[in-house]
Design a protein. Structure first.
Length: 177
């Protein structure tokens, strides 16, 4: 019985210190922000994307006889940096891979973006066109990359494309494709 009482006291003390910790308080603030946006979440559509990072390629197979490719990327901006008028730069590096697994074409496409906010009728709170569930991260405005197959046309057939983030501005950790 003494062990059980001791264990109960120990768990109570540990729970109290966890409740008072900065990490727990930050988590509660984040959850309350998500709860505030429940109406926006209910009205939104979910879309899946691929996270682009600097040291990791994302690769897709290419259909034969493709004319052009179109990609839309959104840099992930920490909420603290997403102030009005701020711009963010990042690159999208890509390689067209041939049947022989060698790069046929390689380039880096540089983007400059920002976080645009809108105010709906009947609402005074500004919002962005898209959102993440984590209130500490905000998707920047989408940027389009269009590739024409004439850039890599040759004797070898293109089999896939590799894409990754390149040279993001300090503070940007990734981009969504």
């Amino acid at each position: 019985m003494k062990r059980l009482i001791f264990l109960f006291i120990l768990v109570t003390i540990a729970g109290y210190h966890f409740y008072r910790s900065n990490e727990f308080q930050a988590m509660l603030r984040g959850l309350s922000q998500v709860q505030i946006d429940q109406a926006r979440i209910a009205a939104s559509r979910t879309s899946l994307g691929y996270v682009l990072r600097e040291k990791q390629w994302v690769e897709f197979s290419l259909p034969k006889n493709i004319d052009r490719l179109k990609f839309v990327t959104q840099a992930t901006v920490p909420a603290a940096l997403a102030v009005e008028g701020a711009t963010f730069t990042y690159g999208v590096e890509y390689q067209i891979i041939g049947d022989n697994d060698a790069p046929l074409y390689h380039n880096i496409y540089h983007h400059t973006t920002r976080v645009s906010r809108f105010i709906d009728e009947g609402s005074e709170k500004p919002y962005t066109a898209s959102m993440y569930l984590d209130p500490e991260l905000i998707p920047a405005d989408g940027r389009v990359l269009v590739l024409n197959s004439r850039s890599w046309a040759g004797d070898t057939e293109a089999k896939s494309i590799r894409i990754r983030l390149r040279g993001p501005q300090q503070g940007l950790s990734d981009a969504l494709l």
